[in-house]
Every structure is written in C-alpha cells, then in structure tokens.
Design a protein around this ligand. Structure first.
Ligand SMILES: [Zn+2]
Ligand SMILES: [Zn+2]
Length: 428
C-alpha cells in the first residue's frame, strides 16, 4: 500500500493538519494560488496581505467595472490568508483542507474598503468562526430610488436559546463526545491516485461541539438545539440615488449558532424597469416623439417626473430638432447619494414623426418657405440626356422571399449551378 508505513489508525482522530509524515506528499497540493492572486509571498505578514487585498479589491470591484469572478477570487484568497488558522491549513494541505472551499464568502461592500472594515471584524470574536451570510434580492422601483424609501422586511432566523444560552441544557449534564473525542472535528484521509487528500469536517454526533447533553436532560425550549426561531422586522433604508446592485448590510442578523459569530443579512437592490425613464448611473434617459412641425417650429410638452412634479419641457426659440437628436436638462437626472440635491442630467432623445405624403399645395408652399442650397427639381429635369428614376419602398425581407421563390439563393454567386435546391452549408 502506498502509505503503509503511516500510523494510519491514528489519522482518523489525529490532531490538526500538521502531521508528521504528511510533508513528503505536500508537493501535489496547490497552496500557492491564493498568494499569487493577492500578489504577496508566503512569508508576508497580515498587514502586507491586508494592504494588497484592499488595493486589488478597490481596483477590481464590480461597482467600478471589475470582473466579478476575479473579485470573488480575491475575496476568497483574502478570507483564507487573513485568518491565521485557515492560512496554516492552506499552507499545509491547500484549498482542499478548508471547509466550504470554493464557495467563498460574500465579497465585502466597497464602502468597507474605504472605512477600514473588510475582514478585520472577523477577529472581533477572538478567532470565532463567522456564520454564513444570507443574501436577499430587493426589488426597488426607479421612483423609490429617486425619492428614497424605507421598506420593512420580516426575516425568520435562529437565535441563541435564552433559556440555556445556546448550551442545549444544563452545563453540568454535558458529556464529552466519544465519536470525535471532544474535538468537534473529524479528519478523514482519502487517497486519490498519488495524492493524499485530507478532509476535515465537523463531527456529526455532537454537531461540532465536542460535547453534548443526553436527550433526557436537554433544554425544553429549544429541544437541545441551543437555538430557537425568531421573526424579526428589519427596516431597510433605500437611499436617494442608491445604485443598482447596491448591498444593504445588516451586520450579524443572520442565524445565530453557539460558538459562532452570526453572519450578515445582505439585501441587494434590484432596480426595476420604468416605462418612461431609463437610468444610466446618475442620469436619466427618455425618448420623445414629436411631429415634423414641432421639430421645425418648436415643441412644448408636459412631463411627470419620478417625484410626481410636473415639468414643462420646451425647445428654445427658433431651434430645429433633428431626428435622433439628444437634448439634456440639467439637474433633472438621478440624485447623487452623497448629496441628493445634486442630480445628473435628464437626456431626451427625439424621434421626429414625418408625414407619409404632402399634397402639391403644401409642397409648393414649403418650397417657397424653406431655404434650399440645392437645385430645384425643375432645373434637374431640364437635363434631357439623364435617366429619371423614382425611389420606391422595398422591404428587404420580401427580397429574400422573392429570391427563394425563383430559386435564386440571394447571397450566392450566380454562376454556381442553375436553379433547383442548393446546399446552403458547404463543407470547407
Ligand atoms: Zn435551550
Ligand atoms: Zn463529536
């Protein structure tokens, strides 16, 4: 057997990763990648890692156009390397040795990066593990984002049982778990080809506590679980001008577990579409149809804004609006989060509706009225040696149909086979 010489019986319940004899097999394990992701060396201290992380996280934050996958990867690398215990495990056995590997914790809010959060808070509980974060999407209308809104949302969560303080019964009734010999974790070794994989998982018998209370002595209120259900109402404040995908974080409001710091409840704003306005960061965009007459002689229309104010939008005197032209109104876009009194632009893109036909009388009147640098029709018609063509309206789709009916494949060369069905996809 490959590792017949190992004290194998001792492994199952062996102490933490750094077992003698494992080191020789370590070469197969990738324990460099996280260091590479953060651009630090294995000897760098926590401070250097922290600095490297902040810099990278700011640079690659999705809010600033960074790649979300890379950003997650950076967050994951930092999560591991900033935690001394996880870092030691990673150095020993690579990512495989870390529980929940691959999932990665939720990347930190960008504001944390500015204000000095981001990982540091994990140390607050004396190295206690932090529970999982709970992420909820929060649908918000554009009006709510314009005006700001407080939403009340109820969450159901587990809290530490107040009767037994999360112990599950009286402390005196506590017995040491025999399955894990009180350590709360079980280590299993698996051989995969030439590699040895070491897996750590919480002990299922005692749910990772290392000790348990026999059933008949368990707390009545929580049934020995140590936690009970609680319904809690959270007031979620959506700021004026909050960006789409913004995270609103309630620290420590996720499920409580004995011996763990509770995770966060995170609401992620999902901006809903609006029938009139489209948002582009701090600006608003809308389309407006006007008639040809309005385009030439001026327009004026009423617009109900996102806060129900009525605006009258007018063209400037003597201004002509061209089809597709974009005009802007200052300070009628989205409010800025920092200062809601400062707003972006409202852009209006104009679609000019032209009449399909004009009668002779109108044409002649217009010819006299509108300036034209070009020669008039009559002058051109005088050139008798030129052919005269009238334009027609042709639907490109109909052209294709006609071609198909006459057996002429529209895009193909004419001299390649006459009539009959053709093979459309030729093998090269
Ligand atoms: Zn209890
Ligand atoms: Zn156990």
């Amino acid at each position: 057997m490959f590792f017949g010489g190992f004290p194998f019986g001792g492994f199952e319940d062996g102490p933490h990763p750094g077992m003698p004899g494992m080191r020789r097999e370590k070469k197969e394990v990738d324990n460099k990648r996280f260091y590479e992701v953060l651009g630090v060396s294995q000897n760098d201290d926590l401070n250097t890692i922290k600095k490297a992380y902040r810099k990278l996280a700011m640079k690659h934050h999705p809010d600033k156009g960074g790649d979300p996958e890379l950003f997650k990867e950076i967050g994951r690398a930092y999560e591991v390397l900033s935690d001394p215990e996880k870092r030691r495990t990673y150095d020993e056995v690579g990512e495989e040795g870390l529980e929940g590997s691959g999932g990665g914790s939720d990347p930190t809010d960008i504001f944390d990066l500015f204000f000095g959060g981001g990982g540091g808070r994990r140390g607050g509980g004396g190295g206690r593990r932090k529970g999982e974060d709970v992420v909820h999407p929060l649908k918000v209308t554009l009006s709510d984002l314009y005006n700001g809104k407080t939403r009340k949302l109820a969450i159901n969560r587990d809290i530490i049982c107040p009767d037994c303080d999360g112990v599950g019964g009286p402390e005196s009734a506590m017995e040491t778990c025999s399955a894990c010999k009180g350590r709360g974790i079980r280590v299993t070794i698996r051989q995969m080809g030439p590699m040895i994989q070491q897996m750590q998982s919480p002990c299922t018998e005692c749910r990772g506590q290392g000790k348990y209370i026999p059933q008949h002595k368990q707390c009545k209120r929580c049934g020995g679980d140590g936690t009970i259900k609680e319904r809690k109402v959270l007031e979620v404040f959506v700021e004026k001008g909050a960006p789409d995908n913004k995270k609103i974080i309630f620290r420590g409001e996720a499920d409580e577990r004995p011996g763990q710091l509770p995770g966060d409840v995170i609401f992620v704003i999902q901006q809903q579409e609006h029938p009139v306005f489209t948002r582009k960061k701090s600006h608003l965009l809308m389309k407006k149809k006007i008639t040809l007459l309005e385009a030439l002689t001026g327009f004026s229309f009423e617009l109900v804004h996102l806060d129900n104010r009525k605006l009258i939008i007018k063209s400037n005197p003597n201004e002509v609006i061209k089809p597709g032209e974009m005009k802007a109104i200052a300070n009628e876009g989205m409010p800025s989060v920092k200062n809601p009194f400062i707003r972006g632009y409202l852009f209006i893109s104009f679609d000019v509706e032209f009449p399909d036909a004009l009668d002779d009388k109108t044409c002649n009147a217009l010819k006299k009225l509108l300036p034209s640098p070009r020669k008039m029709d009559m002058d051109i018609d005088d050139q008798l040696d030129a052919e005269v063509h009238y334009v027609e309206t042709v639907d490109p789709e109909r052209l294709k149909e006609d071609a198909a009916r006459s057996g002429e494949a529209y895009e193909e060369d004419e001299d390649e086979g006459m009539g009959g069905p053709r093979v459309q996809c030729r093998q090269q």
